[in-house]
Design a protein around this ligand. Sequence first.
Ligand code: ATP
Ligand code: MG
Length: 355
Amino acid sequence: MARVRIENLKKYFGEVKALDGITLEIEDGEFLVLLGPSGCGKTTLLRSVSGLESVTSGKIFFNDRDVTNLQPKDRNISMVFQSYAVWPHMKVRDNIGYPMKIKGHSKEEIEKRVKWAANMLNISELLDRYPSQLSGGQRQRVAVARAIVLNPAVLLMDEPLSNLDALLRVKMRSELKKLQEELGVTTIYVTHDQVEAMTMGDRIAVMNRGKLQQVGTASEIYHKPVNMFVAGFIGSPQMNFLRAKTVSDGAKTILKGHGVDIPISSDPGLEEVVVGIRPEHIGLGKGEVSFEATVFFIEKLMSSTIIHATLEDGKEIVSMIPGDHEFKNGEKVTMSFSTEKIHLFDPKTERRIET
Ligand SMILES: Nc1ncnc2c1ncn2[C@@H]1O[C@H](COP(=O)(O)OP(=O)(O)OP(=O)(O)O)[C@@H](O)[C@H]1O
Ligand SMILES: [Mg+2]
C-alpha cells in the first residue's frame, strides 16, 4: 500500500507539453480517477507514475520514497491497459502467474496466488483456456487478475473498460470498484467517461491540456466547478452558459442577458459575468426566473426529454426534463429555473465567482 505524491511534474514531447506542472496527492487506499478530454495527458501521467515514461522534471513519491528515476519493475506497481494485452500463446493460469514467474516465485506460491486472483475476478473456471477462447470481458478480467496477483502498492488502470459493450461496462464498473475496496490498493484510474469517473472515484482529478483543473469528490466537482472548463466538461447535456450584464438599482442586483433577468442577492463585483445553468435545472412553466423560448429540436430518451430551444435573441438553451414529452418544432414554451442553481464565472479568467 502506498500514498502517491506527484510534485510539479512536467513531461514535454518536443513542443507538446503533455504534462505541464502536475501536483497531486493520492491517499493510501484511495481510488482516484483521472478524467479529461482526449490528448489532455492522462495516459502520460499514468505512464510517468508507472515508470514507463521518463519525466522532463518534477518528482514522484510512493510514501516518502522518491521513485522518479526507478524502473517500473522496482516500483511495485501494476498496470491494466485498454487493450487487454494478455499473451495469446499462454493459458489463463500462466497469463495471471506470469508476473510472479519472472520474479522467481515458487510453483506452489504461484499456483496459490493465481487461484486467489482468479477467484477474486470470478474466472476460476477459465484457468485452462487460451485467451482466444474468451470473451472481451473475460480477457479483461484476466488482465486485472494478473495486475493484482503480486499485491501491487499502486494499481494503474488506463481506460480498462472502454473496449467492452455498454452493459458489461456497467457491470465491470461496480465489480472493479468493489474489488479495489476489498484489496484496499491505491488506484489511479484513467477514463474520459464522466459517468465512470463519477460512479467509481473517491475523488476525481479533472485535467485539460496537461494541467490539473480541479480535484475533488464527484459532488464537489458537479456542484462547485472551479472554472468554465470543468463546469462544461462535467454533466450531460453540457451546462448552459449565458453572458449577462450586472445591473444594480440600489436595493437589488439583476443579471441581464439574452432577454433573461436573474435577480441575485449579492453583487458579483463585475460588470459582466457568465451565468452557468445546467439543463436538468431548467424546467417547464413559470418559476423564480422565467423566460420564453422557442423549441427547435428535441431528444426523446423516454425517461427524460432534452429540449433544444432559442431565447429571444437566438441564443440556444438546453433543458432536460424528466419523462417523455412531445413538442413541435417552433413551439413556444415558458421555461424557468431557480437562482440557487446558477453558477457564476468571470468571463475573462473563466474562473468561478463565489457568491
Ligand atoms: N510518445 C509521444 N510523442 C509525442 N507526443 C506524444 C507522445 N505521447 C503522447 N504525446 C502527446 O502528448 C499529449 C498527451 O497525450 P496522452 O496520450 O497522455 O493523452 P490522453 O489524455 O491519454 O488522451 P486519450 O484520452 O486520447 O487517450 C498529446 O498531445 C499527445 O499527442
Ligand atoms: Mg490515453
